[in-house]
Ligand binder design. Structure first.
Ligand code: ATP
Ligand code: MG
Length: 419
């Protein structure tokens, strides 16, 4: 074990839900520590998200102590030793120390233990295997501190062996490096991931989804995705072509517009050119309906939002609505290439704030009054009139609107005769 820095000053360790759980479990012959991502982030000076706690106490003891303290206790994964305690509405996951006895693919047979080094050793990367005791002492049995200092993402043990235990670790390697690493990917790990690529086929869509969406918004995403593509990994995830230039351009568009990194929008830039791409990704990454709809909005004839004049932009906005317009426009911008003038694109982006589409002023009744019978002709003439109204740039003047109605009706009659 190396000499470790202390996290004794960290607010999330001294007070709040995690501190309460630690003081409950780290006594009377049991130990408890914060483990995994929270320790890594704190040591890197990054915001601490969810706090996971590991303990020597058996799950029934965790449940009993939690109940006695008046916390809500939920046996979220009790068969692998995980109990969730809810304190002031905040869930804290507590997992009893375990060691793998045997592994079959990703399903590990688990025995509970009191061995902190064993628990660390079954985690994926050295930087994810640190733990911190309630007094702030950081424990490192795998060389994680040195790797944190070097921002090096390294498997614990032999990469090929660790990948064969769980092929999700292929994606986690690129994701964790993109989020927390610096410099080149660890070479032995990269080569092992490439060699293990067929293993990706065995992963569930839900697990792929989680890692890929986190990867999309990580600071190092563009380079990590190129490396995945070069290694023949990305095509196995996306099932199609990756547009790395468009992703880089989309990240720049987000920056210019002050938008938060958005995993779905970035995914669209990376991998959606036609609606089929959107459908395939929705399925492969088990996207929600709302997410799938956004990708579809991007994939559908986005190139028509290029090289528009303002009147054309208004017509397109009217036709597809502000949400779809926004997604599709950003994609068109990201795909526009180097010549794109940001000022002009920005004007198109802000169009929905400057201009709201008026309601189409003509109704079925206007044509019934002009002698059109209910039926397909009514729909046809309304469509013709709407086209003409758009082509005239949304006139509101009643005389102009009546002229459009008359002319559209004349056109309908002409078309009926000739065709
Ligand atoms: P994030 O901040 O993105 O949540 P994290 O490190 O907390 O990052 P999680 O997926 O929440 O990542 O996992 C929590 C911890 O569990 C990891 O830090 C790691 O120690 C361990 N872990 C997660 N997935 C695996 C895996 N597939 N194999 C081995 N250990 C894993
Ligand atoms: Mg986490």
């Amino acid at each position: 074990m190396s000499v470790a820095p202390s996290l004794a000053g960290a607010a999330w360790l001294r007070e709040g839900p995690a501190a309460e759980v630690l003081s409950l479990l780290d006594r009377d012959g049991e130990e408890a520590r914060v483990v995994g991502g929270a320790v890594r982030n704190a040591l890197m000076g990054l915001p601490v998200g969810e706090i996971d706690i590991a303990t020597t106490a058996l799950p029934e003891t965790v449940m009993a102590r939690g109940r006695a303290a008046g916390f809500k206790t939920v046996p979220t994964g009790i068969e692998h030793g995980t109990v969730t305690l809810v304190i002031d509405g905040q869930p804290v996951e507590v997992t009893t120390l375990r060691q793998d006895v045997e592994t079959y693919g990703r399903k590990a047979k688990v025995a509970f233990g009191r061995d902190w080094a064993g628990d660390a050793a079954r985690r994926d990367f050295t930087i994810n295997a640190l733990s911190v005791a309630p007094d702030g002492t950081v424990h490192d049995t795998v060389g994680g501190l040195a790797d944190i200092a070097a921002r090096r993402v390294r498997f614990i043990g032999d990469p090929a062996t660790r990948l064969a235990e769980d092929y999700l670790r292929i994606l986690r390697f690129f994701r964790i490096h993109a989020a927390f690493g610096a410099g080149d990917l660890d070479r032995p790990a990269l080569l092992a991931c490439i060699a293990a690529r067929e293993g990706l086929a065995a992963l569930s869509a839900e697990r792929i989804r989680m890692e890929m969406l986190k990867l999309m918004v990580a600071p190092g995403a563009p380079d990590a995705l190129v490396a995945m593509d070069d290694g023949g990994l990305l095509v196995r995830i996306l099932g199609g072509v990756a547009y790395h230039g468009a992703l880089a351009a989309m990240i720049e568009v987000e920056r210019l517009l002050g938008l938060d990194p958005d995993p779905i929008r970035r995914l669209g830039a990376l991998a959606v050119a036609v609606p089929e791409d959107a459908r395939r990704l929705a399925q492969r990454l088990r996207l929600s309906n709302a997410e799938a709809k956004r990708l579809d909005a991007m994939g559908h004839r986005w190139w028509r939002l290029k090289d528009m004049d303002e009147a054309t932009a208004r017509r397109r906005l009217y036709r597809i609505g502000p949400e779809c317009y926004h997604e599709r426009l950003l994609l068109a911008w990201a795909r526009a290439g180097r010549g794109a003038d940001p000022g002009r694109w920005r004007d198109f982006v802000t169009l929905p704030q400057r201009w709201q589409a008026p309601e189409f002023p003509l109704k079925a009744a206007d044509f019934i009054a002009r002698g059109v019978a209910e039926g397909p002709d009514l729909g046809r003439v309304l469509a013709l009139a709407e086209d003409a109204w758009l082509a005239a740039d949304f006139p509101a003047d009643p005389v102009a609107v009546a002229t459009i109605a008359d002319e559209s009706l004349a056109r309908l009659r002409r078309d009926a005769k000739s065709g």
